[in-house]
Design a protein around this ligand. Structure first.
Ligand code: SRM
Ligand code: SF4
Length: 558
């Protein structure tokens, strides 16, 4: 049942896609026009499917729009070979703003790329055997996994399955290669072939973005219940035997629009490992055929589940698969989040988990993190594995290289021995200002300072060393998955945030609004008061989020 865009009233994006199913737009023409510093609004929509967002520097907007591009790289499981990381580092310096942004879906983003450097950036990414195709747009995005090296054979099997899905669900349009890799040709072969139909996505792709992740219990570091589609690995004898399928999760909402909401994915059933590709393609097909194409705010798969119910969804999936799903197998999640420091693997090599505050890799005067990482990776031949909480692991360190890694990092002010507090280590912030066009308030630039105040408040209330999962976003879209956090601050307007409490450590519960609006200057006072109550009222080793759900939610309901 493929949706016919002519049948119903559809959103402008649907007409755009239907009008140019190769997604080529007039991108090549604008690229060739050296006078143009930006793309048309229509082309900016196509550009997303190619992994780029046209943005403007919001810090200088008052003086007129300065167009800059964000380029997002897709890499299933966040795994980068040494040469790939070094290539990313170089491209960021040559064409971007000299920083790399580790994303909450294990990708890398370049910010501040000018239109004149865009094609060379994308070509450089492809030369490193990575791609930006389908990093954004109404398609399946980067497939996320737990850092595979931490899970032995199961980790490798999950990574192999993530790569399989990533490849299988990639759009087939020839335009990407024609525009970015074969030179900026004005007349595209794909344009002539206006009847192009993607074998999976059809002419109009998905109604909205689609997100897939794998999880390996007992760690839920990927926030599996926040994904459109999740595969929870079920192991037998140290091997992945199959997956519990979770569907219909998502974070995005809009202030003041009750029709939009974050939603936890539903447990659908169990499939053997060999069925993972068929299951993923079938679920993507359900979204393609039943997702809302009239209202983009209601177009995610989660609303299909919310509106039609889990039983309908399971039956539809089974019908497409041609077999019945088994009942979900038992599993337990105990925690989310990353770990830091040294860990030795079974093969004798070492891994170093590094906290990358708010995911930003840059050089500052006191801490030359970008240079330090490039040097250790390049000189010692280390892999870089990105985590879904914007951090990274240096992988493949030989026993004899440990001292050298420490020396190089310390020399640049990035000493791995300098411990980060538990609360800071568990924090996340989205990009927000100055690049994100949707940001209502600061996040990445503000959270580090707020964390210092929070660390102090915890110390003073006798809670020093406590881990509380705190996430901040510049708007309610939820890019740092704030609604899974024990405390979340969600931007409403400059200097104003909505305060949520009550998520849990296992990432299985959504938090709830505690205060509709808190001004920046009042946040620490609000939190300090909560910390004091929590210390007095917590039961045994109860976590903040569990206390908040037990006590504050009840009070709010009374
Ligand atoms: Fe996101 C839009 C950044 C993960 C939900 N997201 C955006 C845009 C592209 C803003 C825009 O549309 O103009 C942001 C670009 C900012 C910039 O300047 O870089 C942006 N999202 C990010 C990243 C970089 C945040 C980060 O701090 O790492 C993450 C990139 C991941 C990647 O590599 O693919 C990122 N975004 C997420 C997540 C988390 C996840 O996927 O696990 C979510 C919540 C889960 C979900 O999708 O429900 C998320 N982003 C959104 C939404 C809300 C969608 C909705 O259902 O309503 C938007 C807005 C939209 O799509 O219209 C959005
Ligand atoms: Fe931008 Fe909002 Fe996403 Fe933050 S949560 S990056 S402000 S869209």
């Amino acid at each position: 049942m493929e949706t016919n865009v002519a049948e119903a009233k559809v959103s402008p994006n649907e007409l755009l896609k239907a009008g140019c199913p190769t997604l080529a737009g007039t991108l090549a023409q604008t690229l060739a026009d050296e006078q143009a510093d930006h793309f048309s609004e229509e082309d900016a929509q196509f550009l997303k499917f190619h992994g780029c967002y046209q943005q403007d520097d919001r810090d200088v907007r008052k003086q007129g729009k300065k167009f800059i591009m964000m380029v997002r790289v897709r890499m299933p499981g966040g795994v980068l070979k040494p040469a790939q990381y070094v290539a990313m580092d170089r491209l960021a310096s040559e064409y971007g703003n000299d920083t790399l942004r580790v994303t909450s879906r294990q990708g890398i983003q370049f910010h501040g790329v000018l239109k004149s450097g865009l094609a060379r950036t994308i070509r450089g990414i492809n030369e490193a055997l990575l791609t930006t195709l389908a990093a954004c747009g109404d398609v399946v995005r980067n497939v996320v996994t737990p850092p595979p090296v931490l899970h032995g054979l199961a980790g490798q099997q999950v990574l192999a399955d993530a790569r399989l899905l990533s490849q299988s669900l990639l759009p087939q349009t020839p335009a990407y290669h024609e525009i970015w890799l074969n030179g900026e040709r004005l007349k595209l072969e794909s344009e002539v072939a206006g009847d192009f139909v993607d074998p999976l996505y059809g002419k109009t792709y998905l109604p909205r973005k689609f997100k897939i992740s794998f999880a390996i219990p007992p760690v839920n570091d990927v926030d599996i219940f926040a994904q459109c589609l999740g595969f929870i690995a079920i192991q037998e004898d140290g091997q992945v035997a199959g997956y519990n399928v979770v569907a219909g999760g998502g974070m995005g909402r809009s202030h003041g629009n009750q029709q939009t909401f974050p939603r936890l994915g539903d447990l659908i059933g169990y499939i053997p490992r060999g069925a993972v590709e068929a299951a993923a393609r079938a679920v993507v097909g359900i979204h393609r055929d039943y997702g809302d194409r009239a209202n983009r705010k209601h177009a995610r798969l989660k609303y299909v589940l919310a509106d039609r119910g889990v039983d309908w969804f399971r039956a539809e999936l089974e019908q497409r698969l041609g077999f019945k799903l088994e009942a979900a197998r038992p599993f337990v999640f105990t925690r989310q989040g990353d770990w830091y420091g040294w860990r030795q693997l079974a093969d004798g090599t070492w891994v170093l988990g590094m906290f990358i505050e708010t995911g930003r890799i840059r050089d500052t005067e006191s801490r030359r993190l970008k240079t330090a990482l490039r040097r250790v990776v390049e000189e010692l031949g280390l892999e870089v594995h990105l985590t879904p909480a914007n951090n990274l692991l240096l992988v493949g360190i030989q026993e004899g290289q440990r001292a050298e890694v420490t020396r190089i990092l310390a020399e640049h002010g990035a000493d791995p021995g300098r411990a980060v507090s538990a609360v800071r280590g568990a924090s996340m912030a989205c990009v927000a200002l100055p690049t994100c066009g949707l940001a209502l308030a600061e996040a990445e630039r503000y959270l580090p300072n707020l964390m210092t105040e929070i660390e102090q408040a915890l110390q003073e209330t006798g809670l020093g060393g406590e881990e509380i999962i705190i996430r901040m976003t510049g708007c309610p879209n939820g890019c740092a998955r704030p609604y899974m956090a024990e405390i979340a601050l969600v931007g409403k307007a400059p200097g104003r945030y909505q305060l949520f409490v009550g998520g849990n450590a296992a990432g299985t519960r959504l938090n709830r609004v505690y205060k509709e609006t808190v001004k920046e200057g009042e946040i620490i006072g609000e939190l300090r008061a909560l910390f004091e109550r929590f210390r007095r009222e917590r039961v045994a080793h109860e976590r903040f989020g569990d206390w908040a759900a037990r006590v504050l939610w009840l009070e709010a309901a009374a």
